[in-house]
Write a protein that binds this ligand. Structure first.
Ligand SMILES: [Zn+2]
Length: 294
């Protein structure tokens, strides 16, 4: 019988220590993922590079079938948007060449998100953005590093225009593997990005009840995250083409189900939208393996 979770990868789990309550922890996530014969899990954290957690697990549980990987979201508490920070993350492990598998631009400390959250002006001005004229020198150095190491560039939560500018610059610098969180984009943006051969990520969090309540994400301020309807999700996946889509749970927050259950629920919902098992396989198995080379 076909199992949604068997051989699947959830690339986006927030089970690391956090400033607000989690539904679980790293070890429990691994236990359920292994039990459900999942292929791999990716740890995401706005406060630190997660490649260290991933290597700690690998060193202590050498018999795990499950693969576990981490990476860096360049939020200020995790060292910010800095070449040195990105470079260190790529080596941060007990093993050689086993550091960050992805480098992400900020998810919350971006001008685009800070303006939506109605933050104070000095806060907004200190946030990351991509100028219309193209990335700054520091951003360019980071993109070159990503290209040289052939790790995944995650574009974070930038505006559609900034995302396009960043993707074009990344491509011209030789970045091959790009993941674009696309939950809040429209079809036009997706069609423009598609030309550049990126993968589009859609997450359970954005169709879940977690978008209905203000939550703290990076500091004391609570904010609602803009969600999307299942109908819109269907349109966006169709625009992107399932062959370019990766589904993830983005679970870990206490009000959502444990990550493997949230992921299962999401896959089921997407399947019920009319996508075939073959298309689902691309979105939860094939594409993540290709992108992260795990
Ligand atoms: Zn997330």
């Amino acid at each position: 019988m076909y199992s949604f979770l068997e051989n699947s990868t959830d690339i986006h789990i927030h089970c690391c220590p956090h400033i607000n309550k989690r539904s679980t922890d790293i070890f429990e996530v691994i236990k359920f993922a292994e039990k459900n014969k999942m292929y791999a899990i990716g740890l995401m954290d706005n406060f630190s590079n997660t490649s260290g957690y991933a290597s700690l697990v690998k060193k202590n549980f050498p018999n795990l079938n499950l693969k576990i990987f981490g990476g860096l979201i360049m939020e200020p508490p995790a060292g910010g948007v800095s070449y040195e920070n990105a470079k260190i993350s790529l080596e941060y492990s007990y093993f050689e060449n086993d550091g960050a598998k992805f480098i992400s631009f900020p998810t919350h400390h971006t001008r685009y998100i800070a303006i939506q959250e109605k933050r104070k002006l000095d806060y907004i001005q200190a946030c990351f953005y991509v100028p219309d004229s193209g990335p700054t020198n520091e951003t360019t150095k980071i993109l070159e590093l990503i290209a040289n190491k052939n790790v995944v560039l995650n574009t974070g939560h930038l505006s559609p225009k900034e995302t396009l500018t960043l993707v074009k610059a990344a491509k011209s610098l030789g970045v091959k593997k790009i993941l674009v969180p696309s939950n809040n984009f429209n079809k036009t943006t997706i069609e423009k990005l598609k030309i550049h051969n990126v993968y589009f990520e859609f997450s359970y969090f954005f169709v879940s009840k977690a978008t209905e309540v203000p939550l703290t994400h990076i500091d004391d301020e609570s904010h609602k995250i803009k969600g999307l309807t299942l109908k819109t999700l269907k349109d966006l996946i169709e625009a992107a083409d399932p062959k370019n889509v990766i589904l993830s749970s983005d679970c870990g927050v206490s009000i959502l189900p444990k990550p493997h259950l949230g992921f299962y629920q999401f896959i089921k919902q997407v399947h019920e939208l009319g996508f075939t098992i073959e298309e689902i396989d691309y979105m939860i198995k094939t594409n993540s393996k290709r992108l992260f080379r795990i």
